[in-house]
Design a protein around this ligand. Structure first.
Ligand code: FAD
Ligand code: FES
Length: 503
């Protein structure tokens, strides 16, 4: 019999419990001073900061607002990104490490200030965050990280126990951080921006951009409308415009799974992440008096071909190992884009487009980082100096360091490619077969009809992997996802998968 976790449909707790306003599709040509493309946290907060500066902003979203990574996050508002500060000091020196902390604290404090201004404080709470290990061999890294905190003046402690209540070997806390309900908070921010007259368009894919001689810009939507503007912010997770493979080579996609369990009370204080392999991430949630445990983990290169069903089962087992919980209520997964040095790419998209900006490569810590990026980009557009431009510059020199992507990618190369015969495939299941030395995706629908897909991603051609946990085809390179029928459900890909006929 199937385990409980496999019986529930994938659905994010935030998207299910949060309210979202509907916005129209773009049905005309228009002009605006700034076009922000992408309505996740990066786009909405960029719009907020620019409207605050008196700019006329229009926001475009390909699907529905907040449907992307932001609607599927674990929503910790934190400047503690694993054991990142000792590494930042080693790689870039004390000053850059200090700037990274300052930028993230600025991002957090901006979000808290916006929540206060808009009366959304119910959805953004102060919280202490913790990184911990259950592995004695990792303890020296925690001591080193605490030395980095002391050097940088970071408010946190080295601990032997945490509010989680189970045995750990070491932990570091960071104070004055937060947790939020991203969908309720950002929907509230958008509502306030709309009241100020900002236009928002959903179901509007921006699929092209041209720069005029005077450096002004014209965007094109998928239904043929044009948007003339002076500035563009691509907050599209992966940027739309790729000139010389800079972003193709610079970022890669990593997926993490999450589950929520209803509990009869708040199980613990704080938001926690393990610096262990495999890692887990933990926080609690309360919504209108109902309490939940959120537990996530099993991070892996997107579309690596291993079973996502098994990964959900492993998270379920961990939840039951550490806590007295019943059946899971929600399960979901999403990916973020990673950079080699774990510092985002934010700033000018390409030097040859002086008025085009991006926020990408948020390394699974995008909430505080993108909030800082929004402030920085507003400063850049207003012609002001920002202390953070060099650190976040997408074209910075990255010192040669072994990349996690390479490590994880090589493990995906040995992952199994399902090769079972199509005849034996159960209904409503997918598999991958080899045909003429090509990988072909197979889906047998509920009536027994079989569909075959070319598994080359329609973005830049990477091999797609099967995600059996969510019944999708996922791309390891930049995170495009296609449903079981091959329809694109997450970009940067624009085209659906090509169906193939087998001879
Ligand atoms: C499982 C998981 C847990 C995480 N937990 C945390 C956490 O606890 N704390 C933290 O700080 N970070 C966390 N992160 C990272 C954080 O959630 C992301 O960095 C952040 O949400 C990314 O926001 P975004 O706005 O860049 O992208 P998205 O939310 O994906 O928004 C991009 C939007 O752009 C739209 N779009 C794309 N292309 C186009 C186009 N051409 N035209 C129009 N629209 C377009 C998309 O449809 C999408 O809605 C987590 C990430 C993962 C994967
Ligand atoms: S090749 Fe870029 S998302 Fe697949």
């Amino acid at each position: 019999m199937k385990k409980d976790v496999l019986m529930i449909e994938s659905e994010s707790y935030w998207l299910k419990t949060g309210h979202r306003t509907h916005y129209p599709k773009l049905e005309e040509d228009l002009e605006t001073e700034v076009a922000v493309v992408g309505a996740g946290i990066a786009g909405i907060l960029s719009a907020w900061q620019l409207v605050k500066q008196g700019k006329q902003v229009t926001l475009f979203e390909r699907f529905r607002i907040l449907n992307g990574t932001t609607g599927n996050t674990t929503a910790k508002l934190s400047a503690q990104h694993g054991l990142n500060y000792a590494k930042l000091i080693e790689r870039y020196g004390t000053e850059t490490a200090r700037l990274y902390y300052e930028a993230n604290m600025l991002g957090i404090n901006q979000i808290k200030a916006i929540a206060k201004e808009l009366n959304l404080e119910n959805f953004v709470e102060d919280e202490t965050v913790y990184v911990f290990t259950t592995d004695p061999a990792k303890v020296p890294s925690f001591v080193k990280e605490k030395e980095a905190y002391d050097k940088l003046g970071i408010d946190g402690d080295l601990l032997k126990e945490t509010p989680l209540g189970f045995k750990i070997e070491s932990a570091i806390s960071m104070n004055k951080q937060g947790i939020l309900h991203p969908v309720e908070f950002l929907n509230g921010v958008l509502a306030a921006l709309s009241k100020k007259g900002m236009r928002v368009y959903e179901q509007t894919l921006i699929n092209d951009m041209k720069q005029e001689d005077d450096k002004s810009l014209v965007l094109k939507s998928d239904n043929g409308h044009s948007v003339k503007c002076k500035y563009v912010v691509f907050a599209t997770h992966y940027p739309l415009i790729e000139v010389d493979h800079h972003y193709d080579y610079g970022v890669w996609a990593r997926t993490t799974q999450a589950m929520a369990f209803k509990t009869d009370k708040k199980l613990f204080n704080g938001a926690h992440i393990a610096y262990d392999t495999p890692s887990i991430t933990l926080r609690t949630m309360e919504y209108f008096g109902d309490h939940y445990l959120l537990i996530g983990g099993q991070s892996h290169v997107t579309g690596d071909g291993f079973s996502d069903e098994e990964r959900y089962e492993k998270i379920d087992e961990l939840a039951h190992k550490y806590f007295n919980v019943g059946k899971p209520v929600y399960k979901w997964l999403t990916h973020d884009l990673m950079t080699k040095d774990h510092v985002p790419f934010m700033g000018r998209l390409y030097p040859q487009f002086p008025n085009v900006y991006t926020i990408t490569g948020l390394n699974a810590w995008g909430l505080a980082n993108s909030s800082a990026g929004a402030v920085m980009i507003a400063d850049m557009i207003m012609g002001r100096q920002s202390p953070y431009t060099k650190m976040y510059d997408p074209f910075r020199e990255i010192p040669e360091i072994p990349s996690d992507a390479e490590k994880e990618k090589s493990s995906s190369e040995v992952s199994k490619v399902a090769d079972s015969a199509v005849e034996n495939l159960e209904r409503d299941k997918q598999t991958i077969i080899m045909h003429d030395r090509k990988r072909v995706g197979v889906y047998k629908d509920k009536n027994g009809k079989v569909y075959y897909f070319d598994l080359a991603c329609t973005h830049l051609g990477c091999d797609l992997g099967l995600n059996d946990g969510d019944k999708t085809w996922d791309c390891p390179c930049h995170g495009s996802r296609f449903d079981k029928f091959g329809r694109v459900i997450y970009g940067p890909a624009i085209k659906n998968l090509n169906e193939v006929k087998l001879s």
